[in-house]
Write a protein that binds this ligand. Sequence first.
Ligand code: ATP
Length: 947
Amino acid sequence: MPTDMPAPDPDMAPVPPWHALEAAATLAHHGVDPATGLSSEEADARLARHGPNQLTVVPGRSTLRRFLSQLVQPLVLVLIASGLVTALLGEWVDASVIFGVVVVNAIVGFVQEGKAEEALAALARAVATEVNVLRGGRRLRLDAAALVPGDVVWLAAGDKVPADLRLVKGKELRTIEAALTGESAPVAKHADALPADTSLADRANMAYAGTAVVAGQATGVVVATGDATETGRISRLIAAAPDLATPLTRKMERFSRQLLVIILGLAALTFAVGIWRGESAFAMFMAAVALAVGAIPEGLPAAITITLAIGVGRMAKRRAIVRQLPAVEALGSTTVICSDKTGTLTENEMTVRSLWIGGHPLAVTGAGYGPEGAVLDEGHSVDGPQASDMRRMLLAAGLCNDARLLAPEDAGGRWSILGDPTEAALKVAAAKAGIDLDAQEGRLPRVREIPFESRRKMMSTVHRVTATREEGGIPAGSSKLVAFVKGAPREVAARCSRIAVDGGESDLDDGWREKIAAATDRYARGALRVLAVASRELPPGFSDFTPEGVEGDLTFLGLMAMMDPPRPEVADAVEKCRRAGIRIVMVTGDYGLTAESVARRIGCISGGPPRIVTGAELEVMPQPTLEEILRDEVIFARVAPEQKLRVVAALQGLGHVVAVTGDGVNDAPALKKADIGVAMGLSGTDVAREAADMVLADDNFASIVNAVEEGRAVYANIRRFATYVFTSNMAEAVPFVVMLFSRGAIPLPLTVMQVLSIDLGTDMVPAIGLGTELPEEGVMDRPPRPRNDPLLNRSVLVRAFLWYGAIEAMAALSAYFFLNWLHGWPGMPLAAEGTNAYRMATTMTLAGVVAAQVGAVFACRSDQASIFTIGFFSNRLVLLGVAVELALLGLLVYVPFLQKAFHTAPLGLVEWCYVLAWAPAVLLADEARKAVMRRRGRSIPSTGGSP
Ligand code: ATP
């Protein structure tokens, strides 16, 4: 440690500009040895001093503000205005009930919104960032929040930089700092000191929190965490609450504003006509208010938000974590899923099955990642020159490799791996051939590496070989460099000029190239993934360690074919998609024939050979051709992630709602462009996860399909409770119209207070119950809902207003007339306002609507299926809702204070029998309708699927 360095106590010393210090000085300043990192005790102590590596959370809107925001919604404002005028007219009881209703509505909305926010915030936290840290001499994976100044951290392509770092060592590291500097081009980084006055954007030896690594690798020391980071300084705060507004709720808001204008217009017209006809202004005002509150679906917006949030929760249980609320809606109308193959459709548990060396296939036995097994040539062990060729290839494949095998004693009883399964499989194959890779790594230390990149489709490492004894004139102790390369067969072969065969080497002529291509195709048709291995002795003084410099003039060592079985649940999920009218387009980096045979095994391809478009073809393909091809079965193979964007855009151009999967940095543009970007939770990079709308906790294709199913269910549920809520609006408005058209002969059969007691009282819990209905059987047997299909489409409105609404209006009015008839009419006129008989009559109307709604809630639970098929008791919340509904009705009718407020009066047994009979009547009428529909084999277009 240089003597003029500040004392190694980062808390006491003034903070120097880190970019101006040498890396060693920065490490010394933080009192950390780059070989061991901080000790865990020191890290704990620093964590206690500096706090977790998190930005301070915005305290959110205050509780009061959140509560008040419930009141400033157009529909509620109308209620408040009506309440104020009612109070001015001296109707204190009515006014206080209206205000009571406003407050209850606000409380319900407030509680529900709070729950939805909480659920979403918890999910956002669940997608936490993990980092590779050196602590106490061991490399650990920690939650980024646990980082402290002085921690030594590794970065690799795809990582989000977890804190502000002074780079110590870097290999071609490039980051995108748009979040910090607005510059969207990648910035090259290095570890050298810079002048103190270098501006933030030019500090190439620093990596700042929140920026993204797009290429290369580096090690750095943490110099600032949490709010002390540059990002922290700029933003300081992150929002505590996610935005709950979605296109759907916005559409709903627009709809309710339109509705409001219509309702206010009608109310004004009513008032004017009434006055013109000589009615009292007071009576007409109360009538206008009755119309307005009767027609307004007050509880709807809150119910939509809570239903979406319930959907998010259910999807999370099925391993699909939604990061954006609108994704729930988009999922329901997905028409195409563009899926990659490895790890999503397949297990990503690779086992090498065969080697191909110098034209000979060799079998590899054994399963899983354990080294039990052998390499056999037609059942016998391999020997002679072939054995040395084999060892040469397996050594190259095993050293050009970043995976680690974990023995059973280190990994819970079974052989497992750290890193890329493809690479791990190569190491396992080497172990089966008896190669001790640990020893070889010591003998041939790695001096350079060119990391794997999907665009190049290969990876290379450079190793130093030191001669232990004098050999061919080369003195002992002298050394040379050897490059090992592995990657996609065609790409690697294109860079080879010789081939290893029979213990020597020969020219890689066209004959050999054809043999390699034929062997690759043979393996690929058996659904095997094929990798080629090559090597090169670098000339003395070699210094061009770029991909172009190293990956040329290679010697082809052989092919390794590995098996990656399809995930067992994928075939079912694919079949579900087929029935649901959702297309699956495989977009993979793997070889076309391998992709095709996997696609065939899982049922993605049904007809003859599909069109296989490679990345290279895609690059130059004119747009019309691409669109034409996308209408048929097609597989995109050997595609680089950035080319996915074009496929997604073309599909969207054809009117599709597209979900696309991705895991790498370069997948981010396609994930953002898609209607639903799906990132992998296990294998995905931070960058991909941040760009995605949804993250799969298990990387499994089947989870996407489950989420689509839930998305459809959510949409269907919103339609269900909208139908239910509108139904009562119809029943509430009709009595009012009847009164108006009777020219005063019939007094108002349902008062304003009673209307409110339904909309904001009895209707609420059953509506939420409908919002929790499980996906209906057959919801995945319908084609996707068209993108432009409005939420409240014709079928919802027809059913709500003309079917259930009409029956319910009949229930309400007939109950009213039944009471009047029971009490002497027609001998005497209808009970006059203010009398007990009138109160009983309006109570009958109220009870008629409530009873009919009880029938309707069961009827609305399914579009076509009988309630007796789906089970009368299968939705507990609906049952609870009905119980609450009837209990509230009982209270309204029998509690003296409520009787006064709601203008009700107790009913007799006959009256109760009459009104309550409407509950089964509505249900049975709807059962009859459903039976007819089922017999006709017609689906009724009102759920997530289209007709
Ligand atoms: P998918 O896109 O379906 O996940 P993939 O894993 O094959 O499939 P990429 O990761 O883009 O897609 O890989 C492209 C090709 O590069 C592979 O088919 C393989 O031939 C080669 N490859 C993959 N991983 C490595 C690696 N670690 N080293 C060298 N080559 C590799």
